[in-house]
Design a binder for this molecule. Structure first.
Ligand SMILES: *Cc1c(COP(=O)(O)O)cnc(C)c1O
Length: 374
């Protein structure tokens, strides 16, 4: 049996073991402690924001930020239709209406002009749009040169879902640092993992203080348990923060390896017609190369057939996120456009991109791709 090659497996070394062992031996076995504090400070510095709040997931970070920004029944929040369900689900938790916006064809990220047009159209119909939540898809930052000033002009807060994008950049600024607040995920499949976890990032001290309070059951600062609003149990444990700190020391190396794997895919497929990658090498943007994504632009293959062909060679590849406007659970939600994301879903495939893939594994993926696409 040939060993199955996975899409993106967590890479954990003795460095992480050392950090976790320290947390266990320190006695801080709780959702607070010195590793949580240090992890928050280190991520804030990495991304270049004033405050970071470590939470139990990226979804929790989205939820708390949306609550602070006023998402509630009777309001609407814009997000891309092409995203992981967590973005839309966090909006739904608040009772606000998620409104979906189509992708741009070049890189699958939300079409920034369509997002602004959607905001204006909803406004003109009297809809209260309390936030817009662009997603840095597969580790590539959105067009913030359009979104940031455009949303600011409309007075709509930007909440950046950078769950997939730690380490990516746009015009010299780090993913997670745009708008009113940014969100990272440290789920097991992301570029940096705490097994499960997330972070809320913001330069707004009040936003972070409110989210911090909500994340610990909204306790008031009095000696007994006093509550004036409904809170959550969303904090990250000290042990998991230690794992994240270990991972953070190796983030640059993990990104460099993913970048190398991406370059090798491009080189391997350079002579194959009718395929393109969902990124371009622009001078203004550096992806973190979390997942390298291929789009098939010819009639003899699509995402289904390529995923199946690769799977028969024990290579795991996946469809892109199925657009939210096509999901049964969001059937009745409003959407602006949708055909671009539908095409990307039908024709796009994410390729094995993990930093711990061996050269031999990468060569095997190339051979399977060449055979399928020859
Ligand atoms: C992973 C992910 C999330 C959610 O993060 P969790 O830590 O799994 O809750 C949110 N948005 C996007 C785009 C993601 O990929």
């Amino acid at each position: 049996m040939t060993e199955r090659i996975h899409l993106s497996k967590a890479e954990v070394t003795e460095v992480e073991e050392g950090f976790v062992l320290d947390a266990l031996r320190s006695g801080w076995i709780a959702p607070l402690g010195p590793h949580v504090d240090a992890f928050e400070a280190e991520i804030a510095e990495q991304v270049g924001v004033r405050n970071a709040l470590a939470l139990s997931s990226g979804t929790a970070a989205l939820h708390l930020a949306l609550l602070h920004l006023g998402a509630r029944p009777g309001t609407a929040v814009l997000c891309p239709t092409m995203t992981f369900a967590a973005t839309a689900n966090a909006i739904a938790y608040t009772g606000a209406e998620p409104v979906f916006v189509d992708s741009q064809a070049s890189d699958g990220n939300v079409d920034p002009h369509l997002m602004l047009e959607a905001a204006r159209t909803l406004r003109s119909k009297g809809v209260d749009v309390v936030a817009a939540c662009p997603v840095d898809l597969f580790g590539r930052a959105c067009d913030y040169d359009v979104l940031e000033p455009g949303l600011a002009e409309l007075g709509i807060p930007l909440l950046e879902d950078a769950a997939e994008a730690l380490g990516a950049n746009f015009e010299g600024r780090a993913a997670g640092s745009f708008g009113a607040a940014g969100v990272l995920s440290f789920n097991g499949n992301k570029i940096l993992t705490t097994s499960g976890g997330g972070m809320l990032l913001s330069n707004d001290d009040e936003l972070i203080a409110h989210a911090r309070k909500l994340s610990t059951q909204a306790r008031e600062p009095v000696p007994w348990y006093e509550h004036t609003e409904i809170g959550y149990n969303y904090r990250l444990s000290n042990i998991l923060a230690a794992l994240g700190r270990g991972q953070l020391t190796r983030l640059d190396d993990m990104i460099a390896r993913r970048r190398e794997i991406r370059a090798q895919y491009v080189a391997a497929l350079v002579n194959i017609d009718g395929v393109r990658f969902l990124f371009d090498d622009s001078a203004t943007r550096t992806d973190n190369c979390w997942l390298t994504t291929l789009v098939i632009e010819r009639d003899d293959q699509n995402a289904d057939s390529l995923v199946a062909a690769l799977s028969s060679k024990s290579v795991e590849a996946r469809h892109l996120w199925k657009p939210m406007h096509l999901q049964p659970v969001y059937r009745s939600a409003r959407a602006f456009g949708g055909s671009v994301s539908e095409t990307l879903f039908a024709r796009g495939v994410t390729l094995p991109s993990g930093s711990n893939l061996s050269d031999e594994a990468v060569t095997r993926v190339h051979a399977a791709l060449e055979e399928a696409l020859a």
